[in-house]
Design a protein around this ligand. Sequence first.
Ligand SMILES: [Zn+2]
Length: 376
Amino acid sequence: MTNCYICDTPLTLENSSKEHILLNSIGGHLKSKDLLCNICNSKFGHEADTELANQLLFLSSYLNVKRDSGKNQIIKGAKTEDGREYHIDGDRPIHSKPNFKKKVEGGETKYLISARTEKELLNILKGLRKKHPELDLEVAKQKFQWKEEYLNEHLSNEITIGGDLAFISIVKTAVDYYILTANEKEQVKHLFEYLKGNEKLNIIKHYYPTKPIYKKDTNEIVHLIHLRGNKYSKLLFCFIEFFSSYSFLIILSDKYEGKNISSTYCYDVLKSQVVEKQVKLKLEKEAINITSKICQNDFTTITNKLSRVLDIANKIKSDKEISNIIQKTINKVFYQYKNETKFTEQMIHELSKEISLAYVKFAFRGKRKTQTLDEW
Ligand SMILES: [Zn+2]
């Protein structure tokens, strides 16, 4: 039997919990029931883990990572240049709220409504009927047109990575991984008060090695944990990288007296599988100086890494959208000819015309100025 490493309560069937060593919300699947009790686990879940998950939400959501719950989390607060607010649901920007406008024209009152779901529309119409009892809900619903269109503008959202609270979650990943690998907690017990938030320690920093420390496959986006302990140098450290982009170095101990360890865990978030990696990380002296600030090189590295990740994601999305366009167009054209018994040249002509029209609309989205309608 093991004890919760934070509060030392013996773990039983009733109080043990599945601790995700890499957060499940960012697509992590490595977990253990032998680390934390459910009370400690949910405390982390509500505080440090939530902070880190929110900071990485843009990538988790944009890459559609697989979570145990199967649900996609919605990003709120993305804005266009002129300040219109959208939520992002995986691939799709959606209006942040329904829209409602009243217009009086030649003694006639008109309402312009935009809603995102049928339920929302019905609620708005029901509200309107209180004022106008003569309103026929069915007739009003029929007048409504569902529209789907590309957003021809850039959306931006503020992203921060790091800070005290998120750091606790990242250090926890390193501690979890150490305890799981070494099957002991003595060498890291001085970190537990830090994890509880009772003590401040300078043990983690943003860390971008000057040379790549493992080989990247094309189109691969991974989370990586690399743990190294050396009983001669007395150093126990952990390198953690999220989404092949943001990386951190955690000095777990500089008085390490355990066995020599070198262990790597790497998870491909697009393929949802564990991959083998050889990590070569020589830790220079300056890396141990955990107070060193982010330098300009780090900025360049992170920008390059992020743009690689976004390129991969965009390629996947664009391939998906193109096959979507083709399927939709086939369905549409097929519907017109569903009673035909012969496949004619006319049909092929129609099909290729429709596909190229839809494709042009997709390929040139955002490349022209259009008047956007508030109604949709
Ligand atoms: Zn506990």
